[in-house]
Design a protein around this ligand. Structure first.
Ligand code: 9D3
Length: 232
């Protein structure tokens, strides 16, 4: 997969892309990620990327010219044309099925905004889908783009060391994870549940399923409800 990221702050991505799973996936050539500085696609001496909203109101709006020019340059850099995603609070909210859908694309273009938002002609003219990562207010699209990249890249075949771990996870199974323990067996007077030390795999499996179900009902009844609706 190829991912192009358009941003006013490419420096925010460097550490993120150079560590852990993103570094490994890039080294293994599972994903190729390119950063584009939207300010490089301005044509005035002040390198202006935002302007005041028509109709008045607070804040500034991302101008169409630099974003279109950067998106066209990125699209022309490879084939096929990218699926374009505009990170905005108004977008479809990212969830695991959408991450899976995006992971099946050959190319993604993530367009990050700052200020109050994008000129509407950007999403209309570029045929970009709007994407949010949840109902809280960020200062711009960059952190959201990193969330999308991490959620998608870990699903690409070969990106995780263990090929099973992506299939067994929370949300796709419809429940939260059960509690986990590792050594030592007692830490600061807190003991690991006896069943996990028993060696009885059937008891362990049942205990984990019960704890996962209990947690899901208490903390995320919305997820538990999805599971009932599907008749699982
Ligand atoms: C919804 C708030 N807006 C009302 C005036 C102003 C506004 C706040 C924050 C406009 C843009 C932003 C910057 N946010 C993003 O760029 C963003 C975002 C987010 O804030 N929450 C969840 N997902 C995303 S994706 C991009």
């Amino acid at each position: 997969m190829r991912i192009d990221i358009l941003t006013l702050f490419p420096g925010m991505f460097r550490g993120f892309l150079d560590e852990s799973i993103l570094r490994l996936a890039r080294e293994r050539q599972i994903v190729e990620i390119h950063l584009w500085d939207i300010r490089d696609y301005t044509d005035d001496k002040h390198r202006k990327v935002d302007d005041r909203p028509y109709g008045g109101g607070p804040g500034m709006v991302m101008m169409p010219g630099p974003v279109f020019a950067a998106a066209e340059a990125a699209d022309a850099a490879a084939e096929p044309p990218a699926r374009k995603l505009l990170l905005t609070p108004q977008g479809r909210v990212l969830n695991q099925p959408l991450a899976r859908e995006l992971a099946a694309e050959p190319r993604l273009m993530l367009i990050c905004g700052r200020y109050e938002g994008f000129d509407e002609r950007i999403h209309v003219g570029l045929q970009a889908d709007e994407l949010s990562i949840g109902d809280y207010v960020l200062a711009g699209g960059e952190a959201a783009a990193m969330v999308v990249v991490e959620a998608v890249v870990r699903l690409l075949p070969g990106a995780l060391g263990d090929p099973d771990s992506a299939a067994f996870e929370s949300f796709e199974g419809g429940t939260l994870d059960h509690p986990q323990y590792t050594r030592p067996p007692v830490y600061r007077d807190m003991a690991v549940p006896e069943v996990l030390l028993s060696g009885n795999h059937e008891r362990v499996r049942l205990w984990r399923a019960e704890r996962a179900r209990e947690r899901t009902l208490r903390r995320r009844p919305d997820l538990a409800a999805v599971k009932v609706d599907r008749g699982q």
